[in-house]
Design a protein around this ligand. Structure first.
Ligand SMILES: [Zn+2]
Length: 85
């Protein structure tokens, strides 16, 4: 496992720790609580850019639990789209 530093983040699905650049970032923005990808300010969740982790985050509602917010279906659609691009 990598040594922890300030650029390291943890995948909410598989708990893998890696540099933040290696993950997708989902943000619950402050103060409107609107959910965005990649850019935003507020509570953030990180997921490995792979089907297995995305599937877990969605099926087990792990993403909404971590962000304490409803995740709009479009957000998942966009992430699944990235995997097929
Ligand atoms: Zn993962």
């Amino acid at each position: 496992m990598l040594r922890k530093n300030k650029n390291h983040r943890r995948c909410i699905s598989c708990n893998r720790i890696a540099d933040r650049q290696q993950f997708w970032r989902i943000i619950r923005n402050y103060p409107e609580h609107q959910i965005t990808l990649d850019n935003g300010m507020g509570r953030s969740a990180y997921i490995c850019p792979q089907a297995q982790c995305l599937n877990l985050a969605q099926k087990k509602k792990r993403l909404s639990r971590v962000l304490k917010a409803q995740i709009p279906p479009e957000i998942y659609q966009q992430l699944w789209q990235r995997l097929t691009d």
